[in-house]
Structure formats: structure tokens, C-alpha cells
Design a protein around this ligand. Structure first.
Ligand SMILES: C[S@@+](CC[C@H](N)C(=O)[O-])C[C@H]1O[C@@H](n2cnc3c(N)ncnc32)[C@H](O)[C@@H]1O
Length: 251
């Protein structure tokens, strides 16, 4: 098994996701939210290879990125020499200065498998935010998505980048053995050339989806209040975006 986030595969991730996700749309959506709440500095958690970062770095919002994978951070730095990227775990991190808003996009919350890590992340975020700081994140909506993968579902995604066609062949199935709303996601990545299909990576992971109410309670227990819940379908998933604010004064 090979994670797409390290050991050279971060380049494949980068190529494919630039085709799956329209980062200009992502930037337009999230920067509009930040402007609505007058936020001037952000930390993007799970910044990956810095595709969203590239837009923020060119804007008037002060940007920092954090990612668990050293290889993703290295590539993000190479692509964005003016960027400010850190390696770290969202479940427990410190950036050394207070920021106005934390952004977690691309369904990176799916990697908060245990509530211990999720609560750790909400507490770490709180410690790194200014008073009234904002937390904006997306998550896969279990209520809708699990009905579609209850008995297993095969999905194919094709991406074209730099003249190369990539194919991701996925199989997703609800995992009923674990405590949270988890699903198994097996993915095989291929490069397609001249009718030939070359396997380049395989990923076998178990990731998490959430209900809206689950997040609502988790946020409240960690002293955040919800300002907005936005239904925003992403390329493969039923997704919500929550905009939450630290209760004032910081508890
Ligand atoms: C699906 S990718 C999304 C990347 C990026 N947001 C995008 O939209 O292209 C998830 C990212 O989260 C990172 N990640 C996973 N677990 C993490 C953790 N505990 N702390 C910080 N980053 C994490 C991975 O290394 C990967 O770069």
C-alpha cells in the first residue's frame, strides 16, 4: 500500500487533484467568506501541495499552511517559494502566533478518525486563534453519502494533466465495524498511454464522514459557535462547510 501523500507520489496527487478540484473556485468561495468576516490572516490545515495556497499568497490575506506529510510540505514550498508552510499534525500543533482564521478544505477532516484527535484539533486550533477567531472547514456528510455506498460502490475519476491521462479507480464501502461513521476506500491509480494502463499507486484507507449534528455538538463542547452551514457539493462527495467562531471571551 502506498499513500499518495509521500515518497514521490505527492507529485501524482498534485497532478490529479489539480484536475479534480477547481482551486480558483475554491479560492473564490473561501476568500469571500473570509472577507465577509473581515479576516486578514489564515492557517490552512491539510494544505497538501499548496494549490489553494498559490491563490492566497497572491492575495492580501496573510497565509500559512500546515500538513502532516513532509513530502507534501516540501512540494508546496517548491511550488510556492513565497509561502509559509509547516509540517505538523492538526491534532496537536502550535504555530507561534495568533491567526484570524483556520481553514480545513478538501475534506481533510476525514482524517480525524477518533474523537480524541478531533477534540485535540479543535483545542489546538482554539489556542492558535485570535479572540473571535474563525474556523472554516468542510466534511463529508454521512447522512447522504452513506446511502450511496452502503453496499459498496465503484467510482472512476479521469484526470488530464500535462498531456498525461490519469485514472483513479475507487471502491468505497461503509465500514460498520468501527465506532464512528467510517468508510473503506480502496483506490488504484493508473497512467493511461497508447491504450496501455499502467498501475502507478494503490491506496487502501479507512476515513471518516460526519453528520451535521455530530459536528454541531463537537463544536459546542469545544466552545465554538456555528455561524453558517453551507451545502456545497464537492467533486465526488456530499459535503457541508461549517463556519464557526470561537466564543468570546476565549474560554
Ligand atoms: C485530501 S488531501 C487535501 C489537500 C488539500 N487541502 C487539497 O484540497 O488539495 C488531505 C491532506 O491532509 C493531510 N493530512 C492528513 N492527516 C493530517 C493531519 N493529522 N494533520 C495535518 N494534515 C493532515 C494529508 O497529508 C493531505 O495533504
Amino acid at each position: 500500500m502506498q499513500s499518495l501523500y509521500s515518497n514521490g507520489f505527492e507529485h501524482i496527487y498534485d497532478a490529479m487533484y489539480r484536475s479534480f478540484i477547481n482551486y480558483q473556485d475554491e479560492y473564490d468561495f473561501y476568500s469571500a467568506l473570509l472577507n465577509t468576516y473581515f479576516k486578514k490572516s489564515i492557517l490552512e490545515i491539510g494544505c497538501g501541495t499548496g494549490n489553494l495556497a498559490a491563490h492566497f499568497i497572491e492575495s492580501n490575506i496573510q497565509y500559512s499552511g500546515l500538513d502532516l506529510s513532509e513530502d507534501m510540505v516540501k512540494l508546496a514550498n517548491q511550488k510556492n517559494p513565497k509561502g509559509d508552510f509547516y509540517q505538523g499534525n492538526m491534532a496537536n500543533f502550535k504555530v507561534g502566533r495568533e491567526i484570524d482564521a483556520v481553514l480545513i478544505t478538501g475534506r481533510t477532516t476525514s482524517y480525524l478518525l477518533e474523537n480524541k484527535d478531533l477534540n485535540g484539533a479543535l483545542q489546538s486550533i482554539k489556542e492558535n486563534l485570535t479572540e473571535n477567531g474563525l474556523l472554516i472547514f468542510d466534511f463529508i456528510d454521512a447522512s447522504r453519502f452513506f446511502n450511496t455506498i452502503k453496499n459498496g460502490k465503484a467510482v472512476k475519476h479521469i484526470a488530464n494533466y500535462n498531456g498525461i491521462q490519469y485514472l483513479r479507480s475507487s471502491h468505497m464501502k461503509v465500514n460498520t465495524e468501527l465506532n464512528n461513521f467510517m468508510f473503506d476506500w480502496k483506490a488504484s491509480y493508473y497512467k493511461e498511454t497508447n491504450q496501455e494502463k499502467i498501475l502507478i499507486a494503490e491506496d487502501d484507507s479507512t476515513v471518516r464522514a460526519f453528520t451535521k449534528d455530530e459536528w454541531k455538538l463537537l463544536l459546542e463542547l469545544n466552545d465554538y459557535e456555528i455561524l453558517e452551514c453551507i451545502d456545497r457539493k464537492s467533486y465526488a462527495f456530499d459535503t457541508y462547510v461549517y463556519v464557526a467562531r470561537l466564543k468570546n471571551p476565549k474560554l
